[in-house]
Design a binder for this molecule. Structure first.
Ligand SMILES: [Zn+2]
Length: 390
């Protein structure tokens, strides 16, 4: 694999506590705003207004996988904003079902998440991940891969997720209850963009959809079947792309600034070295440096280069925003979260990711994602060629 030639600045040699990876320009994301008429209707509990906004929100979410509903513009108290966020989410269920999501899709309001910042740091960064990633990740549909075992949609069947429940979060959302003391950002990374690149690196040509699904399904099976060896609770990007390196299959960094658990350092003797120096030289914490090295080894791009190629959106959240995204199709990262930030998860989830309607929906979801990512990656390659010529 080739190391990306994108230039980067060594901002702090990996030692400081203040520097963080540079964000690319905040790309456009669909923002749902309300005119004064709609604002008044929402505040008056008008069912018709809620349904109309929910229809718009569903269209936007299905169309581009990421959406911000700007409830902060209603300028009402926290409790009332939260109530409207939940009303809207509930009203989005019918249009989502009509659009082909499994009938078992339901709303899940999870407990509020306080923000843990490791000592010695002012803010924390969460590296790209999926919420409820022990159950929530893209898998082949049985209609595309007849030998797939739906049981492999639970990577850690007896549960290991410190942060969430046992449901598969298909569309996940965060209600920004408290913004915290900093301008925190959530950024997104389409999974299929990475898979297309990794397949091409491994095979020397672009995949057809059946080839991509077969390869990806094989990678997942391999990581699933070797859980006893690597001990991982989550399928990582290394698992997605077929790596066999246990440090990357068994360790799923979450908070970049966090130290590595003693138990992991003992199990993986090479982990300590991976935590000390990263491939880009800018990552601030041990877990973040392991993640950066993993990216460089399995995708051929260190963190900064990964970010510049795959970060599709970066949005600064505002208090009371409801941010929604396709949690199977996109990884998300959180930058600059301070100790006073509080996020309340509202997701569209299924309890059992299996059954006829689930498989049918998943099959069509792969087609949509493949079409979208193929277009995006070829656009990027053309842009890169053009810039090389000039
Ligand atoms: Zn790095």
């Amino acid at each position: 694999m080739q190391q990306d030639s994108t230039s980067f600045e060594r901002t702090n040699g990996g030692r400081g506590t203040s520097a963080r990876p540079q964000l690319t320009d905040a790309q456009q994301v669909e923002r749902l705003r309300f005119d004064t008429h709609e604002q008044a209707a929402l505040l008056n509990d008008s069912n018709r207004a809620i349904e109309a906004v929910a229809d718009r929100a569903t269209d936007a979410l299905l169309g581009q996988d990421i959406l911000v509903i700007e409830l902060g513009t209603l300028a009402c108290p926290l409790e009332r904003s939260r109530q409207i966020a939940q009303q809207l989410a509930r009203a989005m269920l019918s249009p989502l079902h009509r659009a082909g999501l499994p009938p078992s899709l339901r709303i899940e309001v999870d407990v509020a998440q306080e923000t843990f910042v490791p000592s010695g740091f002012e803010t924390r960064m969460l590296v790209p991940h999926q919420d409820g990633g022990h159950v929530s990740y893209l898998t082949p549909s049985l209609l595309d891969d007849a030998g797939w075992d739906p049981g492999m949609r639970r990577f850690a069947p007896y549960g290991h997720c410190e942060y969430s429940t046992q449901t598969q979060k298909i569309y996940q959302g965060l209600f920004i209850a408290e913004q915290g003391s900093t301008a925190a950002t959530i950024a997104f990374y389409p999974v299929l963009d990475m898979l297309l690149d990794a397949f091409k690196d491994a095979h020397g040509h672009e995949p057809s959809l059946p080839e991509l699904i077969a390869w990806y399904g094989g990678n997942l099976r391999k990581s699933f079947d070797s859980r006893a060896r690597h001990g991982g609770h989550y399928p990582t990007l290394a698992a997605f792309t077929g790596s066999e390196r246990d440090e990357y299959l068994g360790v799923a960094p979450h908070c970049a600034e966090a130290p590595l658990e003693a138990e992991l350092l003992e199990r993986f003797p090479k982990l300590d070295e991976l935590a000390h120096r990263c491939a880009c030289g800018t990552c601030t914490g041990p877990a973040g440096r392991v993640f950066c090295n993993m990216l460089a080894d399995v995708l051929g791009r260190h963190w900064l280069s990964f970010q510049s190629r795959y970060q599709s959106h970066a949005l600064q959240t505002q208090p009371r925003d409801l941010v929604l995204w396709n949690n199977l199709a996109c990884l998300h990262a959180g930058f600059d979260g301070s100790r006073t930030r509080v996020l309340e998860p509202i997701g569209f989830v299924v309890d059992e990711p299996s059954g006829e309607s689930y498989e049918a929906w998943l099959r069509s979801a792969w087609r949509d994602l493949f079409a979208r990512s193929s277009k995006a990656t070829s656009r990027r390659s053309e842009a890169a060629e053009t810039s090389q010529r000039h």
